[in-house]
Design a protein around this ligand. Structure first.
Ligand code: PRP
Ligand code: URA
Length: 220
């Protein structure tokens, strides 16, 4: 894994297989079924890295041969995947595959096409829970202006999630979005499958892969 020069909070996963799958995703001729399956494959690499620092507890068990100590996820530490609708949905099954006991808290946001600012349309996250130990993984393939993920971070921090317990997991990010997140939320971590060049005049990532939600769900 490469610690991106752009900021110490950012890790770019540079596994050769991930790069191979990204080449399929970036191709405008990939159909929705291929696109969704390939996002899952890339997300697997990204989430393995994003979850690297999850805390473990130790307890004793008996194997068929002897007694030993094993490490496991602590049941006292809630693990939450927070997919940003719609495109983040493609990453939530990957998260559940890796951590079947995780909870999935959906956040509905879309980017206004004129202003590029996020509009929240779904937020039913539990308000009575104690979030102080929760480890939260924001799932969204695209970090462009950073507006959508900032809005998700606002929602989570207002509920009491600690910034240093939040990791943003994405497939492609650009320096503009990374700057917005690391300035607004200096204690979060960001793990991405690629660091692209820039945004174009319509705030799309270049070279990018186009509109992730539309490509995934066939609404182009
Ligand atoms: C896309 C993407 C991110 C957002 C990134 O969602 O999945 O959520 O854009 O852009 P930003 O960093 O500039 O905010 P979109 O608004 O297209 O919604 P959709 O997934 O429902 O199509
Ligand atoms: N949202 C996307 O889906 N793609 C981009 O390039 C930018 C924002």
């Amino acid at each position: 894994m490469k610690q991106a020069k752009i900021h110490p909070a950012v890790t770019v996963c540079d596994h050769p297989l991930l790069q191979h799958h990204l080449s399929i995703l970036r191709n405008k001729h990939a159909q929705s079924d291929v696109f969704r399956a390939t996002i899952s494959r890339v997300a697997q690499f990204v989430l393995q890295e994003a979850t690297r620092h999850l805390p473990l507890s130790t307890h004793g068990i008996e194997t068929p041969l002897t007694q030993t100590e094993v490490n496991h996820l602590s049941p006292d530490i809630p693990i939450i995947g927070a997919p940003i609708l719609r495109a983040g949905l493609m990453m939530s099954d990957v998260m559940l595959n890796l951590i079947p006991t995780a909870s999935i808290y959906h956040i509905g946001l879309y980017r206004d096409e004129q202003t590029f600012t996020p509009v929240t349309y779904y937020n039913k996250l539990p308000t009575k829970m104690d979030y102080s130990d929760a480890r939260v993984f924001i799932l969204d393939p695209m970090l462009a202006t950073g507006g959508s993920i900032s809005a998700a971070l606002d929602i989570l921090c207002q509920l009491g999630v600690k910034q240093n317990h939040i990791t943003v997991a994405c497939i492609i990010a650009v320096p503009e979005g990374i700057r917005v997140l690391t300035e607004g939320y200096p204690d979060i971590k960001i793990v991405t499958g690629a660091l692209d060049e820039r945004l174009n005049e319509r705030a799309y990532i270049v070279p990018g892969l186009g509109d992730a939600g539309d490509r995934a769900f066939g609404t182009l």
